[in-house]
Design a binder for this molecule. Structure first.
Ligand code: FES
Ligand code: FE
Length: 424
């Protein structure tokens, strides 16, 4: 293995038996494990950068922290392509793009004022005579080794030898298709971002995002609220947990609450019925009865390994998160919406994004409390292993843990690999 990496961490921390699956709590508490994750997982897998709709016009850019590295994504003025650059000046290192988003013809480094265009080309150096023959080509901004997009979602990878994005996504592609196809005019990320920190290991949010088991107990207040609104919750959640290959996973289920794609009631009331019927008819015509029903009536909480979550539920959120310490992560979430949505419908969507999934909504504070509570519990010691065996003895339901095991198996294999090299 590359220098500094330890072999066998994966199989040491993930223990699998026929009807028993356990994860050692060191995986959530050891700073050495986090260091390994940075080099093994975040340096070698495709990571979500952003959505093409965020940079629609030439020169539009967004700044991102991806896999622990500062980057920015900009639409090139000449190529009209999505460029993703390491956010570091080729002179002596300063961060070149210093705002979260905007539009720029050039990016000027504030330190000594070198300038780069939206294609990354070095375009200006004060007192250039001081250099004689400056290597203008070689001193352009450094592109991230691999950049690719699928249905508008832009990913990058620091390992030039990674498999193609579509191969990597495996069966997660089908679920991305289901989300995107539900919007006949395409999807766009709405302006405005939720950003918050959680004092817990990042993998606890991976688990929580695809955990049907916790919903009724952790989100008790929300269920009481639904009942108060007159929603019949007695049918409960009905569905499956699935591994989608390469560590990706989903829970796919029907639930009593509404969806902002053609199943607006009961969450939004009967007023949306005209819109429901119109959308449903359109999707049935395009995709057939069965697929339209799957799109309209099923919720899906999708994990794209290692750290992208798409919750297609009461709203469609796109959420990514990065560890900044073994017991702390920063979460960023955006709302994805159909283009050309009716204004009142759009308003309801945004309400749902904020009031259910937002950092002060019905769901997120409960989940944050649960995750921080686990992290606090780990500090007590005494108990070495977490149990993730639920559903091993039967076909996996949405409130089992098969989908989490899919994540952990890939994590184990990534942590065990001995063919990795260090990425610059
Ligand atoms: Fe950017 Fe010197 S570090 S111009
Ligand atoms: Fe939750």
């Amino acid at each position: 293995p590359p220098s500094g990496l330890i072999t066998g961490t994966g199989s040491r921390l993930v223990a699998e038996e026929p009807e028993r699956f356990r994860v050692h709590r060191d995986a959530m508490t050891s700073p050495a494990v986090l260091t390994e994750e940075q080099r093994r997982i975040f340096d070698h897998n495709w990571l979500y950068v952003g959505h093409e709709s965020e940079i629609e016009n030439p020169g539009d850019y967004v700044r991102r922290q991806v896999g622990g590295r500062p980057l920015f994504m900009v639409r090139g003025a000449k190529s009209n392509q999505v460029n993703v650059f390491h956010n570091s000046c080729t002179h002596r290192g300063a961060v070149v793009c210093r705002r979260d988003q905007g539009n720029a013809k050039v990016f000027q480094c504030f330190y000594h004022a070198w300038t780069f265009d939206s294609e990354g080309k070095l375009s200006g150096v004060p007192d250039r005579e001081a250099y004689g023959n400056l290597d203008w080509e070689g001193l352009g901004l450094k592109r991230v080794a691999r950049v690719a997009s699928y249905r508008g979602f832009v990913f990058c990878c620091y390992d030039p030898d990674v498999v193609e994005l579509e191969t990597y996504l495996a069966d997660a592609k089908d679920y991305l298709d289901l989300v995107v196809d539900a919007a006949p005019a395409g999807m766009e990320i709405l302006r405005g971002t939720n950003e918050y920190g959680i004092d817990a290991n990042w993998k606890l949010l991976v688990e929580n995002s695809i955990d049907g088991y916790h919903a009724v107990s952790t989100h008790d207040t929300y269920f009481k609220y639904l009942v108060a609104l007159g929603t019949d919750v007695s049918g409960g959640v009905d569905g499956v947990g699935r591994s989608l290959g390469n560590g990706h996973a989903v829970i796919d289920y029907r639930a009593p609450w509404g969806r902002p794609i053609a199943k607006w009631e009961p969450l939004f009331g009967d007023a949306a019925r005209v819109e429901i019927d119109r959308l449903r008819a359109e999707l049935t015509e395009r995709f057939g009865e069965a697929r339209a029903r799957w799109m309209c009536e099923h919720n899906r909480n999708l994990l794209v390994y290692p750290n992208l979550i798409i919750n297609d539920i009461q709203a469609v959120t796109v959420r990514t998160f990065m560890p900044v310490a073994v017991d702390r992560m920063i979460v960023t979430a955006w709302e994805l919406a159909p283009r050309n949505e009716e204004p009142d419908v759009r308003q309801r969507r945004l309400d749902s994004f904020l009031t259910f999934l937002g950092p002060g909504g019905f769901a997120t504070p409960d989940d944050v409390e649960a995750l921080e509570s686990c992290q606090q519990g780990f500090a007590s010691g005494g108990v070495e292993w977490n149990d993730i065996s639920r559903g091993m003895a039967r076909p996996p339901a949405a409130n089992d843990e098969a989908q989490m095991r899919a994540f952990w198996r890939r994590w184990r294999d990534d942590m065990d690999r001995d063919d990795l090299r260090s990425m610059p």
